[in-house]
Design a binder for this molecule. Structure first.
Ligand code: PEP
Ligand code: MG
Length: 597
């Protein structure tokens, strides 16, 4: 009898747990609850003669752990990709952190205590410090550190880790308080149908790993690992982040229908993924992807995007302890340019500030960060930092179809200053004999109302516009994009937004340049027709939504989109405009909305 059958509970009523959806898909099966082995750490005094042996025991545990991590890394590299394997580099770095190791050995020697007690004490101090940091990336490292600590303690105390998962012999849904990346990396899709955890967020490495593995997952379900038992029967919905325990026949039927609908839509989307985004009457729309780092290029091509419309370079600066220098940036940019050649890659210059901060820059807190020292304002005030990025981008332009754009342009003066700096960098590179594309196109993001209002003047100095609707909406409607309390005011279909988009596009076309949209609205199939009707030439969105937008575009007629835009330009009500957009979208591509109410 298997572990699951043995522990099967009595049949109980249906119970629904809600969490955060992190990896799409639906699965059902028996639950296996995993609890991390509890380490009993007791302080034990040592005799003088025992100290050397204790230090040796600690060092041996480090070597064993290192070996295990290397094995996991190798497996991940083979089964997933270099990006996932990279996660374990951080583990190895922590393991080799001489400050930490020395501190533990000093404690064993000076305080004459056992290695597990000393290691646990020092490691906990590190975890506490990481948790307290005001930086999401570093906070995530706290859970990596906990995972690593548990592994070292397993080795020190010779505890067999239940999480090694070798004992699973039949398909199940894993439930646990947390699932570390190192455990997630070892999941065998044959046996692990999906997983659900008490804690975790969208950006955790566990979530990233689940998406790469393609297994349904939900996190943040609070106390499920305490409330559920191994053997309980459940249905996991990775689209909505819910776990239904003891689902009724009706629930199973409904989810069965949903799974069928999703599978048939996925099939339809796959069919058109590599087709062009062209309307029924022949209007071609350039569909590009938004990316955050150089590892995202595979996703760009796999989802059928024609290049990158927005490379948010700030993530190269945020998730680390020091600034990336020119060469390091150049390597990242050229990697993307080369991988996607001949497709265009639009690199956006640094947009720090607002809600994005690099902890190592230690910028003073501002009362109104979104109205403050952000993006191009910050870069123009930091010419050394800006110059390194401009040179890196220019150099990468020799390796592919690179374009560059500035964020948060509010007026001509900023654009002129930035362009003058680029000119200087070009002259330097020429003198140094470093190759770059003399014709590399430079564009401006239009995300402040003042820029839209003077779009005619800006258009004479750039080769394209990219409308940053996320910011354009927040600045036009004075509604902080991160503040839930004013989210009802944050309306993409507000007539003011529609008019500003129209002004921008018209100004671009009058001056013979193109205009795209790279904010979140570009990835919403409901709004695609409106944007196309307003004359937008390019839409740039997260790789995962590209296929849906393409599906919509390929079913649209340009005159219908134009009629919708005409209606929107004369309508006073944001909700009426949105309702019209929804109506046309549902008529045009009903399959995209079948599972939505
Ligand atoms: C935008 O503002 O729409 C945009 C694309 O830039 P970000 O979201 O990075 O501010
Ligand atoms: Mg923006």
């Amino acid at each position: 009898m298997s572990v699951l059958t043995r522990m099967s509970g009595q049949s109980k009523g249906e119970k629904l747990f809600r969490g955060i959806a992190v990896s799409a898909g639906i699965c059902r099966g028996k639950i296996l609850v995993l609890h991390r082995a509890r380490h009993i750490i007791a302080r034990r005094g040592l005799a003088d003669g025992e100290i050397t042996e204790e230090v040796g025991r600690f060092e041996k545990a480090l070597v064993q752990t290192r070996q295990q991590i290397l094995e996991i890394q190798e497996k991940v590299l083979k089964n997933l990709s270099a990006k996932e394997a990279d996660i374990f580099e951080a583990y190895l770095l922590m393991l080799e952190d001489q400050v930490l190791v020395d501190e533990v050995i000093r404690m064993i020697r000076d305080q004459k205590v056992n290695a597990d007690y000393a290691f646990h004490t020092v490691a906990e101090r590190y975890v506490t410090a990481l948790v307290a940091v005001d930086d999401e990336y570093l906070r995530e490292r706290a859970s990596d550190m906990r995972d690593l600590t548990a592994r070292v303690l397993d080795n020190l105390l010779e505890v067999r880790d239940e999480f090694d998962l070798h004992h699973i012999t039949e398909p199940c849904i894993l439930v646990s308080h947390d699932l570390s990346p190192s455990t997630t990396a070892q999941l065998d899709k044959k046996f692990v149908l999906g997983f659900a955890t008490d804690i975790g967020g969208q950006t955790s490495h566990t979530a990233i790993m689940a998406r790469s593995l393609g297994i349904p997952a939900a996190v943040g379900l609070q106390t499920i690992s305490q409330e559920l038992n191994t053997g309980d029967y459940a249905l996991l919905d990775g689209y909505n982040g819910t776990l239904v325990v003891n689902p009724t026949d009706q629930t199973l039927f409904e989810y069965g229908q949903l799974a069928k609908i999703k599978a048939s839509l996925d099939e339809k989307l796959r069919e058109i993924q590599q087709q062009p985004a062209v309307t029924l009457d022949g209007k071609f729309i350039h569909l590009s992807a938004n990316i955050e780092n150089q590892h995202d290029t595979e996703a760009v091509l796999a989802h059928g995007a024609e290049g990158v419309g927005l490379f948010r370079t700030e993530y190269l600066f945020i998730n680390r302890e020091s600034l990336p220098n020119e060469d390091e940036q150049y390597q990242s940019y050229r990697q993307v340019a080369a991988a996607l050649k001949p497709n265009p890659v639009i690199i956006r210059t640094l947009d720090l500030g607002g809600d994005k901060f690099a902890s190592h820059l230690q910028l003073a807190k501002e009362v109104n960060p979104f109205l403050g020292w952000r993006a191009i304002r910050f870069c123009l005030a930091q010419p050394v930092l800006f110059r390194a990025q401009l040179r890196a981008i220019l150099r990468a332009s020799a390796e592919g179809n690179v374009k560059m754009m500035y964020p948060m342009i509010s007026g001509l003066e900023e654009l002129n200053q930035a362009n003058a700096l680029v000119e200087k960098c070009r002259a330097e590179l020429r003198a140094e004999g470093k190759p770059f594309d003399e014709k590399m196109e430079i564009g401006a993001m239009i995300e402040i109302p003042s820029a839209a209002l003077i779009a005619d003047a800006l258009a004479t100095r750039v080769k394209f516009f990219s409308i940053g609707s996320n910011d354009l909406i927040q600045y036009t409607l004075a509604a902080d994009r991160t503040n839930e309390k004013v989210s009802h005011l944050y309306e993409p279909t507000h007539p003011a937004i529609i008019r500003l988009i129209k002004m921008t596009v018209d100004a671009a076309h009058r001056h013979g340049i193109w205009a795209g949209v790279c904010g979140e609205i570009a990835g919403d199939p409901v709004l695609a027709a409106l944007l196309i009707g307003l004359g937008v030439d390019e839409l740039s969105a997260a790789p995962t939504v590209i296929a849906q937008v393409k599906y919509m575009v390929r079913r649209l007629k340009l005159n219908e989109a134009q009629a919708l835009a005409e209606f929107a330009l004369h309508c006073e009500s944001p909700s009426e405009i949105h309702a019209r957009c929804r109506e046309l979208a549902r008529q045009t591509a009903p399959s995209l909305f079948e599972n939505k109410s």
